[in-house]
Design a protein around this ligand. Structure first.
Ligand code: ACO
Length: 335
């Protein structure tokens, strides 16, 4: 029986740093509020005039991941791309990666699961590898949020949280089923879809309609988030997904070597850390520097933790996320 293992990781963050003080020049907010509520000090936003997009950043991260994996683009059998900010309404970014990286005409799948996107993407890739259908899969999480945020006081509850960036992983077949991805756990609760959403453009909220209505109070282009409601669900669901993963593999919380939580809010990560009795060095956080990069956040954090030597062979690594949908999930890895 086959298993899948991450054999290469890469990330790309735009070089344009936007501090909380920079935001306070665009809207009524301040460094103290943002840091106290979210832990965020700065984020990266794609510079005006840059060619970066979700697909372009994803390709940049992917090139690094492929090189580090020791494979070449021609060895990749399939692409899985997670984003909520695709370059086009359709097609998805996966096919753009196939073209940008000049890869063989392999299949490409887009995942639309927001902050849980990378966790879902890893689970999908893992299953393709476990069944023997594919050997090497490129998995990408990438988000270009800054182009779609409301940069005024009206949008401040959402805008200050989100950042741009991308990460990529190469997952490959191994024959030792005690190593690599041990299990994945995916959940959703669609009745809360509108608690965290962008309504348009979509078929229901199409651009001509919005323009025709010409309502200055129409915020349907911008993300809406019922922050407190999302927060309360996040802390519960994050914990459930981790417990489910541990139980499935007969592991205890003491067995976790590294938890990579989706970087939604430092307060959420700290709550989970306390709940599972983990030390600071067992939980990786970089939201302070990058904000919430949604589908990219777990893979960027995983890449950094690995680059900093904080993950070593044999470690139990837990990926966990919660986000719009609602969706949530976890992946348990024996690194
Ligand atoms: N600066 C200053 N004041 C602000 C700002 C800001 N940027 N934003 C909101 N406020 C004000 C509000 O207007 C409100 O003022 P009022 O009391 O006078 O009405 C006050 O601050 C409190 O606002 P809340 O929204 O209640 O603040 P809260 O403490 O809930 O923090 C936050 C907001 C940070 C968004 C928090 O709720 C949160 O992190 N939620 C979870 C986010 C999350 O996990 N998202 C999931 C992933 S995202 C995805 O899937 C796309």
């Amino acid at each position: 029986m086959y298993n899948s293992r991450i054999i290469g990781l890469g990330k790309y963050l735009p070089d344009n740093v936007v501090t909380n003080d920079d935001l306070s020049k665009m809207m009524d907010t301040n460094d103290a509020w943002i840091q106290e509520r979210t832990g965020i000090k700065e984020r990266r936003w794609i510079r005006e005039g840059s060619d970066d997009t979700s697909a372009v950043m994803g390709a940049k991260a992917a090139r690094i991941a492929i090189e580090r994996s020791g494979l070449t683009k021609d060895d990749i059998d399939f692409i899985v791309f997670a984003t909520l900010s695709p370059d086009y309404y359709f097609p998805g970014c996966g096919v753009q990666i196939q073209d940008m990286l000049d890869m063989p005409t392999v299949g490409a799948l887009d995942i639309r699961n927001q902050c849980t996107g990378f966790v879902y993407a890893v689970a999908v890739a893992d299953q393709f590898i476990k069944t023997g259908m594919y050997k090497n899969i490129l998995v990408i999480g990438s988000e270009y949020h800054s182009g779609g945020l409301e940069k005024s006081t009206r949008g401040r509850g959402v805008t200050v949280i989100f950042g741009d960036g991308a990460g990529a992983a190469v997952m490959s077949r191994i024959e030792d089923n005690t190593k690599g991805v041990l299990s994945s756990h995916l959940h959703s609760e669609g009745k809360y879809a509108e608690e965290l959403t962008v309504l348009g453009p979509s078929i229901k909220h199409w651009v001509p309609q919005i323009l025709e209505d010409n309502d200055p109070n129409d915020t349907s282009y911008y993300p809406y988030m019922n922050g407190t409601f999302v927060f309360k669900h996040a802390v519960v669901r994050f914990s459930e997904a981790i417990v489910e993963g541990l139980k499935t593999n007969n592991l205890k919380k003491e067995d976790i070597d590294m938890l990579i939580p989706h970087q939604a809010n430092l307060r959420i990560s700290q709550f989970i850390q306390r709940k599972f009795g983990l030390r600071d060095d067992q939980v990786y956080n970089n939201i302070q520097r990058y904000g919430n990069t949604t589908a990219a956040s777990v893979v960027i954090a995983l890449t950094e933790a690995w680059e900093e030597g904080k993950i070593k062979e044999g470690d139990t690594v837990v990926l966990a996320a919660f986000g719009s949908g609602f969706t949530w999930g976890s992946v348990i890895i024996n690194w």
